[in-house]
Design a binder for this molecule. Structure first.
Ligand code: 4AD
Ligand code: MG
Length: 441
């Protein structure tokens, strides 16, 4: 008995007091009759020392990594130069084992899993997330979502929650997940954009943080079947306004994340070379990019020179972005390779008022555009794409009741995090990633 119950996060603030702490044995070593434990409770890491009788019990002698324990003792600051987290230590007066882990098979844990096969890591994701790297990424993810919401709030956008079950496609039929909805065909949403657009007359500028689903067929470093999609829609703005807003939301969010010392230090650990984007972002027109790729002998996936009209494939896009090594606004894509709703460049109808934000190491993290505001133009666009206009009646309809110039974008949260925390794949930025063929754990 005794000892104030605390989380490890408040250990330093409880110095020289008797406290009670519970958690998982993250590291374990014995030395001269003492047992040193690094205890983890999700809020932090704390060195615990079992000495004297505390170190002599059966449980102490057979303790294993990942067992749960409860400890009562006094928190002490250590002399400089010790390797304990935050230079503090809990000297146990009493402790007990709550749940014993089997020990032995430590290989599945992230901290010793360098080189472990991807599928094994994925199967053991529930244990991998206990590791320092995986849990840091997830903590940075929480900080990033918090900061995005704060920045949106500061910019006057309201959060809404659109549906996940829908009957309209946004980004092409080939990546739709279909399911039976009481006998009707329905889909898991690819993007909440169409719904966000309908909110402008009702709620003003809006954003959402919503799962999007894409039945992507290929394995890549940056495609998930389910990802967290941060989308925003703004009214009465120009394409230039949209780009300025994008720069602000990205940089404003980063500033907020880095202003938190815990997040800043995790990012430093995960991505020592992180460079804050300098403003204004580099701008590159699509046609300029095609030229750049050819000048630098970067070919298409088929091994050909790029021509205007080509989609820029992931590999080429990444090589260009890595070479330039700064965030890029890639603008003005041809309409054939983009979605039906995009506004055409006035006077150059072959191209769209569209933008991708490209980041070094990842490539595209944002896709956005101005939208067609004229209902007749939209009806023609459905036709061009072979889309049945009927399920879109509400999307078309709103343009008859007071239309306005508007635009928006979607940002892939896992891609943003892969860039910020320097992860090789977006899978590492997702709690339980889903990709081609994997829907477990
Ligand atoms: O470029 P996309 O397809 O654009 C849209 O969905 C628009 N309707 C968004 C809008 O304007 N409101 O997707 C937007 C972003 C991409 O830039 C990428 O970061 C991410 O969503 N994304 C994916 N992330 C992980 N896995 C996938 N399969 C993704 N597909 C898109
Ligand atoms: Mg895109």
């Amino acid at each position: 008995d005794g000892g104030k119950k605390i989380k490890i996060r408040s250990a330093i603030g409880s110095r020289d007091q008797q406290v009670r702490v519970s958690g998982w044995v993250h590291r374990l070593r014995s030395q001269k009759g003492l047992i040193f434990i690094i205890l983890r409770d999700g809020t932090g890491y704390l060195q615990v020392v079992l000495g004297g009788d505390c170190a002599k019990t059966y449980d102490a002698l057979t303790l294993t990594l990942e067992s749960t324990i409860e400890v009562v003792g006094t928190i002490k600051a250590l002399p400089e130069g010790k390797s304990a987290p935050d230079n503090h230590e809990l000297a146990a007066d009493w402790w007990r084992c709550i749940g014993k882990a089997p020990g032995g098979d430590e290989a599945f844990l992230n901290r010793v899993a360098e080189g472990t096969e991807m599928s094994k890591l994925a199967d053991s994701r529930h244990l991998v997330i206990r590791g320092e790297t995986a849990s840091s990424v997830l903590k940075v993810r929480a900080a990033v979502l918090r900061a995005f919401r704060a920045e949106f709030d500061a910019l006057g956008l309201l959060e809404v929650t659109p549906p996940c079950m829908v009957q309209t496609q946004v980004e092409g039929g080939s990546t739709l997940f279909k399911f039976d909805y009481y006998g009707q065909e329905a889909y898991l949403t690819q993007s909440s954009q169409l719904y966000l657009e309908t909110c402008l007359p009702s709620l003003g500028d809006v954003f959402c943080v919503q799962e999007s689903f894409r039945a992507e067929k290929s394995h890549t470093r940056r495609h998930l079947s389910e990802y967290t999609h941060l989308e925003a829609e703004l009214g009465f703005l120009t394409f230039e306004d949209l780009l300025a807003h994008l720069e602000q939301i990205i940089c404003g969010t980063l500033e907020r994340v880095l202003a938190d010392p815990a997040s800043a230090s995790m990012i430093k650990q995960l991505n020592p070379d992180f460079a804050f984007p300098s403003r204004p972002f580099r701008r590159m027109d699509y046609k300029e990019a095609i030229k750049w790729l050819n000048e630098h002998s970067i070919l298409t996936d088929e091994g050909k020179e790029h021509v205007v009209g080509d989609d820029i494939a992931e590999a080429a896009e990444r090589r260009m972005t890595d070479a330039l090594n700064v965030p890029i606004f890639l603008t003005g894509f041809p309409r054939e390779i983009k979605s039906f709703y995009m506004k055409r460049v006035p006077g150059d109808e072959h191209f769209t008022e569209s933008v991708d934000v490209l980041m070094p190491g990842v490539g595209e993290i944002v896709g956005g555009s101005m939208r067609m505001s004229d209902p007749d133009e939209l009806l023609q666009a459905y036709k061009n794409e072979g889309i049945d206009a009927k399920p879109y009646h509400w999307y078309t309809d709103q343009r008859k009741y007071g239309t306005c110039e508007h635009g928006g974008y979607g940002l892939g949260v896992e891609r943003f995090l892969a860039w910020l925390t320097n992860r090789y794949t977006v899978r590492e930025a997702s709690l339980y990633p889903r990709w081609t063929g994997r829907c477990t754990p």
